[in-house]
Ligand binder design. Structure first.
Ligand code: HEC
Length: 278
């Protein structure tokens, strides 16, 4: 049991550990947004990346458990070649994230996102150099790592990526190209690795980062819905407010967004952000 709750415990500690940040967001962000103070560097990049990593973790876990996990029971397919024209399927969780990362790379916001591991399925996802050293330290203490990459001068934050749902473990263990086949629920499987050029950001810059992340999710979601439209009519899920746990359904982007927001409400800061115009 305690293994299963590790991701939840991790984020609770990480975000509550940043209580000063939450106070900042509630107490001062609206004023900062109203007054032209938004040009002031108001948040460390480390704090900004921590909040993004929480939003990403919620999105990813929801997708893995409720869409991939439950959707499979209704015959929905998820494939690593989902982007190929002749493959009609949804993205695997890692490729969902890579889709969002590509959208970020194409945007004006200089935010980098990479999911790596020491025992990857895909060899290009293996950490190298400084990131591998930091990941080795993370294996010991399971804590996020924040540092400046000597090669790029970028500020990097690495966050543990835990096996938070059954499908993470079964799919990785059984994959033909896996480099490790004894993953267990709760294990540290890799790290989401974020990078940004400066050491601090303004409120506006942070909202732009979060906005681009969310836009990336929306783009990947619309690509997924377009795949589903190509299925034979009797295989097609109904797209609406309902989820695969209720039958052959897939939520619209708005319904997905609602659920992410509801889950993130534990970390109250998102309430505030959702009221800001993104
Ligand atoms: C249905 C199969 C499947 C599921 C479910 C799945 N993965 Fe993966 N995962 C993959 C594949 C395939 C890759 C390699 C994709 C690529 O980059 O081409 C991958 C990549 C990764 C990577 C990057 C390192 C690597 O192995 O290449 C991490 C870390 C990772 N997954 C963790 C997770 C976690 C945590 C979950 C659950 C939240 C999860 N995966 C769910 C198949 C899966």
């Amino acid at each position: 049991m305690s293994r299963v709750s590790r991701p939840v415990k991790f984020w609770t500690l990480t975000v509550l550990g940043g209580a000063a940040l939450l106070v900042y967001l509630f107490a001062t962000a609206p004023t900062a947004l109203e007054s032209a103070g938004s040009a002031k560097k108001t948040m460390s990049t480390q704090e900004a990346l921590t909040l993004l990593a929480l939003e990403n973790d919620i999105t990813r876990t929801l997708f893995t458990k409720e869409i991939v996990g439950k959707g499979k029971a209704h015959g929905l397919k998820f494939d690593e070649d989902w982007a190929d024209e002749d493959v009609i399927a949804g993205p695997l969780p890692a490729l969902f994230l890579r889709g969002v990362a590509s959208q970020l790379a194409a945007s004006d916001v200089p935010l980098g996102l990479f999911l790596g591991s020491d025992f990857p399925i895909e060899s290009s996802n293996k950490f190298k150099d400084r990131q591998m050293d930091e990941f080795k330290a993370m294996r010991q203490d399971l804590l996020p790592k924040h540092f400046i990459d000597e090669a790029t001068r970028e500020h990097v934050s690495m966050f543990p990526d835990f096996a938070s749902a059954g499908p993470c473990v079964s799919c990785h263990n059984e994959h033909a190209r896996t480099s490790k086949s004894d993953w267990q629920l709760g294990d540290l499987m890799g790290a989401t690795t974020w990078s940004y050029p400066s050491d601090s950001v303004t409120t506006d810059e942070f909202l732009a980062m979060l906005g681009e992340y969310r836009k990336g999710v929306e783009v990947v979601w619309s690509q997924y819905l377009a795949e589903l439209e190509q299925l034979d009519p009797e295989m097609q899920p109904q797209i609406g407010d309902e989820w695969p746990s209720q039958g052959l359904f897939i939520p619209t982007h708005a319904a997905l967004r609602d659920s992410i927001d509801r889950m993130a409400n534990g970390a109250l800061f998102l309430d505030l952000l959702n009221h800001a115009t993104l």
